[in-house]
Design a protein around this ligand. Structure first.
Ligand SMILES: Nc1ncnc2c1ncn2[C@@H]1O[C@H](COP(=O)(O)OP(=O)(O)O)[C@@H](O)[C@H]1O
Ligand SMILES: [Mg+2]
Length: 235
């Protein structure tokens, strides 16, 4: 799997609803994510896109099937790693732009972006210097000390992307990254994602139901009824 960064095989996931009914969300998903690609996972609301992102990104384990990572010449199965090893993997190698990974509203843009560095053990001064440089590179230099809650939706999402890439991850997972944005901010965020993919070689896996987001994908995986039914490569 030399050109593959993540491979999922036979992924099944069932949730119990409040009434104790079981809902089989993923019914056997197979997918191989190529190094450096921008892959969009598309499908109607409720089909299991977010659940699949959680499992691919190691935040949740599947009930059946396995997830393999191929990083720095090492191939390993996510299920065989300890929680501590997975936490380290997520901090160092994986970026998240997820709805539940909101920015801390009372913290400044710099503080939000510096946080993964601090968690990774870098001292505060160095972390802030790095965060400032990245935000400036991403054309947010005028917003460094603004609280996250004072930023526009598009700015917040770009800060969230900065936070996701501050540790130079190999792969970034994004869940509906333009979900709440207007046309102009959507354009800015998509341009930023394309640049990061092309210039830094970061692999992106994006769940979306937006055709505009899908337009920047190298490949689009369509989900129906808990499965990926088709993967199309754009020419
Ligand atoms: N933690 C959970 N507990 C119970 N049901 C869940 C949980 N997470 C997701 N579901 C259910 O799984 C289905 C798929 O959800 P989700 O993965 O969020 O789909 P999508 O992102 O495609 O809209 C939905 O029916 C949702 O209600
Ligand atoms: Mg979702």
């Amino acid at each position: 799997m030399s050109n593959i960064i993540i491979e999922a095989k036979g992924i099944k996931k069932t949730y119990k609803s409040d009434k104790k009914e079981k809902v089989e969300v993923l019914k056997g998903v197979d997918i191989a994510i190529e190094k450096g690609e921008l892959l969009c996972i598309m499908g109607p609301s409720g089909v299991g896109k977010t659940t699949l992102l959680y499992i691919l990104s190691t935040l949740e384990l599947p009930d059946q099937g396995k997830v393999l990572y191929n990083l720095n010449g090492e191939i390993f199965e996510v299920q065989k790693k300890s929680n501590d090893e997975l936490a380290l993997l997520r901090n160092k190698k994986i970026g998240f732009v997820f709805q539940f990974h909101h920015l801390l509203p009372e913290f400044s843009a710099i503080e939000n972006v510096a946080l993964p560095l601090l968690i990774g053990g870098i001292n505060e001064k160095e972390a802030k210097i790095k965060a400032k440089k990245l935000l400036t590179d991403l054309e947010l230099g005028h917003r460094l000390d603004s609280r996250a809650s004072e930023l526009s939706g598009g700015e917040q999402q770009r800060v969230a992307i900065a936070r996701a890439i501050i540790n130079n991850p190999d792969v970034v997972f994004a869940d509906e990254p333009t979900g709440n944005l207007d046309t102009n901010s959507t354009k800015n965020v998509l341009e930023l994602i394309i640049n990061l993919q092309k210039q830094l070689g970061i692999t992106f896996v994006i769940a979306t139901h937006s055709n505009e987001v899908a337009s920047i994908a190298d490949r689009i995986a369509h989900m129906i009824d808990g499965k990926i039914v088709e993967i199309k490569r754009k020419s």
